[in-house]
Design a protein around this ligand. Structure first.
Ligand code: UD1
Length: 417
């Protein structure tokens, strides 16, 4: 199952339930290490990144299982402090374990992280936050050795609102001695959800979702049961797919507010969108070809970088010229060049992709360059006049539970090869 075949030009119609959020569950899995006992999270997506994080937790002595969306993590016998190199290379979020490991064991060993190949992706802000709280780091041959006697509350002011560094700072501060103030922190909905999860565990956090978070350290956290919310990037992907195929699609299970910017731009592209907040439903109807769009990615509440390539795929079939500017990751335009194989008329002007728009696209055989770029190519296949094959789909499986199942349920002619 490493390639996806798509017969294009089938309009998407129907309703799809959205998988649990990848970016919310990964820091929660790191947080589980802060309590002794069995933590259970429901509605967890069965994706490669979750399996990798389970692999790391198991290697630290936890017992993890994931069945029918129920993730069980027993930390009772966990005592390790080394994050194995094989997982660090696969998944950048492994560095989220630094805070909890240092908090619990006083030491941690890791390596420089991997994940999607989209720019330099340094971890200096993670290290800065943990240093402010009292940790020291020694680096040798790509290995990072970390130590702390006890985290102590401190003032952390980020030069950029990094999602992962904000999470690491919170994870380290929740059991620190005293109060921590985190300024210019990231405001992504996944951070708010992590704080909700930690609050159930017994943490004292104020200001989640704002750019200043205050954490009052507590002595102990407790294992909990928790229901994970829907993945806004997955929902945004399916809405963009509907917009490209003159579709009529309802996505259920994601907070509509978390998709405010993508919904705003889809409306600008001509989509008729209705929202039921309480039911967590977003319905998108597109009468014909989408109109062009100009947007710029940025930290939340701005437009999410994770939907940039997917919206570029949608812009590729728009009736006019679109401009999509990336400001979060400097090298996140790998999909742009590959979309040209589908006949998309895209050229780069610095950090801006300019798409002239053409419809339909031509079918192509292409390789997924990264997780979201891979999803963008699948969407291009949906709007192509014939049979396309996307290879290297291991990237896509890092974040989408089953793209073929979900798009197939909406009427796409799509299957795993
Ligand atoms: C998280 C998301 C990812 C999303 C990204 C931005 C998870 C598991 N992943 O990634 O899907 O695309 O937020 O919304 O939640 N940076 C530094 N130094 C650091 C850390 C980051 O310079 O120590 C830079 C990065 O290179 C990048 C920018 O800050 O240019 C944003 O990165 P960050 O917000 O940290 O993203 P991640 O947490 O890695």
């Amino acid at each position: 199952m490493s390639a996806i075949q798509i017969q294009g030009l089938r309009p998407l119609k129907g309703t799809v339930g959205i998988q649990g959020s990848k970016n919310a569950v990964l820091p929660m899995m790191a947080a589980a290490l802060l309590a002794r006992g069995v933590t259970v999270i429901r509605h967890v997506p069965e994706i490669e990144d979750v399996f990798s994080m389970m692999g790391i937790l198991d290697s630290l002595g936890c017992k993890c299982s994931l069945e029918k969306g129920v993730l069980t993590m027993d930390t009772g016998a966990a005592s390790g402090h080394r994050i194995p190199e094989e997982y660090v290379g696969k998944m950048r979020s492994s560095c989220l374990l630094l805070g909890p490991l240092l908090a619990g064991r006083g030491e941690a060993v890791t390596y420089y992280p991997g994940g999607c190949v989209i720019g330099k992706r340094p971890i200096d802000l993670h290290l800065y936050a943990l240093k402010q709280l009292g940790a020291s780091f020694f680096e040798a041959g790509g290995m990072i050795l970390a130590r702390v006697d006890r985290f102590r509350g401190a003032r952390i002011r980020f030069s950029y609102p990094s999602v992962g560094a904000t999470e690491n700072a919170i994870l380290a501060a929740v059991t620190a001695e005293g109060e921590t103030e985190i300024e210019n922190c990231a405001r992504e909905p996944e951070i708010t959800e992590l704080c909700r999860f930690l609050a159930v565990m017994g943490a004292r956090i104020r200001g989640a979702g704002k750019s200043r978070i205050t954490v009052e350290g507590v002595k102990r956290l407790y294992p909990v049961e928790f229901l994970l919310g829907g993945d806004r990037i997955c929902a945004g992907t399916y809405l963009a797919a509907a917009a490209m195929t003159a579709g009529d699609v309802t996505v259920i299970g994601t907070e509509p507010e978390s998709l405010r910017e993508p919904v705003f731009y889809l409306r600008r592209m001509g989509a008729d969108i209705s929202i039921k907040e309480r039911e967590k439903e977003i319905r998108l109807k597109m009468g014909g070809r989408p109109g062009p769009v100009s947007l710029c990615t940025g930290p939340y509440p701005e437009f999410p970088t994770d939907l940039q390539s997917v919206f570029l795929a949608a812009a590729s079939v728009a009736d006019g010229e679109s401009r999509i500017t990336e400001t979060v990751f400097e090298a996140r335009f790998a999909a742009a060049a590959i979309l040209r194989q589908f006949g998309a008329r895209i050229h780069m002007e610095g950090q801006t992709a300019v798409a002239a728009g053409t419809y339909p696209l031509k079918p192509a055989v292409a390789e997924a360059p990264d997780l979201r770029g891979g999803a963008a190519l699948v969407l291009a296949g949906l709007a192509a006049d014939g049979l396309s094959v996307i290879g290297n789909c291991r990237h896509i499986r890092r974040g989408y539970e089953d793209l073929c199942r979900d798009l197939g349920s909406l009427g796409a002619e799509i299957c795993w090869l």
